[in-house]
Design a protein around this ligand. Structure first.
Ligand SMILES: [Zn+2]
Length: 269
């Protein structure tokens, strides 16, 4: 069985209110979070989850969010840091089709591109408040590439399987990845940070090292992001994540500042 390591790679910095990170949070205080792509190393195949965000124009804003970096350069620099490039990737998994996860998928010219069927069907016609998160011009062209629409449990490679995790978007997917430390789960944006996974953990700092003002919520098993299509599905998906991962240390969230530069799955101990 192949054993993989997971490298979260920062492609941009994005600023959002604390109340977007978690429901009920302060909407007047902002934090700086990473936009990430994930390189999954091992097994003889080159697998990446997500494809970056556009660079901001003169306004510094991308889809309503202040953004620094990004663009093709941001994506290439991130992949270069692990010695690869978009054209060398065999398999691109898009966790979902929000603007900060799929912008440069067309650069992955030699990759099979894996999207959940439900995400593809809903991304062109989202629920009205979520229209701002989808930009069809970013993903419409993928049909001319090696796009594969899949369901739950699709085997991306031996030891790398899709998990259908709806709730944040209609067709969000994660990945269950076999590592030397056990099964890791990449959640995509189902789970933005360690606080969403464990609302008693209020020790999160943002990318600038500024502590994020978070209220402990020991009454909740998990705390959802403000951006979600269904809280019922979101909680079901979170329970599935923790049931699938060998430990909570192997749950890899989508925008957590503390995971930049970390490697997941190097082994026990
Ligand atoms: Zn995101």
């Amino acid at each position: 069985m192949a054993r993989y390591k997971i490298h979260p790679l920062q492609v941009a910095r994005i600023t959002a209110p604390v109340g977007v990170l978690a429901m009920g949070g302060d909407m007047q205080t902002f934090l700086v979070a990473p936009v990430l792509v994930f390189y999954i190393e091992g097994g003889g195949r080159k697998i990446v989850m997500d494809a970056g965000i556009e660079a901001p124009d003169d306004t510094g804003i991308v889809h309503g969010f202040p953004t620094e970096g990004g663009g093709e350069d941001g994506l290439r620099a991130a992949l270069q840091s692990v010695g690869t490039a978009p054209e060398e990737i065999d398999c691109l998994v898009l966790s979902h089709l929000h603007f900060d996860h799929c912008a440069f998928a067309p650069l992955f010219k030699n990759a099979r591109i894996i999207v959940q069927k439900k995400e593809w069907e809903t991304a062109f016609h989202p629920v009205p408040p979520h229209r701002m998160f989808f930009e069809p011009s970013l993903f419409r062209g993928l049909e001319a590439m090696d796009l594969v629409l899949v369901g739950d449990g699709y085997a991306v490679a031996e030891g790398v399987n899709t998990l259908f995790l709806p709730g944040h978007s209609e067709g969000q997917q994660g990945l269950a990845v076999e590592t030397a430390g056990g099964t890791a789960v990449l959640t995509g944006d189902l789970c933005y940070s360690s606080y969403n996974l464990d609302p008693t953990r209020t020790d999160l700092s943002d990318l600038d090292g500024t502590p994020v003002p978070l209220a402990p919520r020991p009454d909740l098993p998990f705390i959802p992001p403000a951006i979600h299509v269904s809280l019922t599905e979101w909680y079901d998906s979170m329970w599935r994540v923790v049931a699938t991962a060998s430990s909570r240390d192997l749950v890899v969230p989508g925008h957590d500042p503390s995971i930049v530069g970390k490697v997941f799955g190097e082994g026990r101990g």
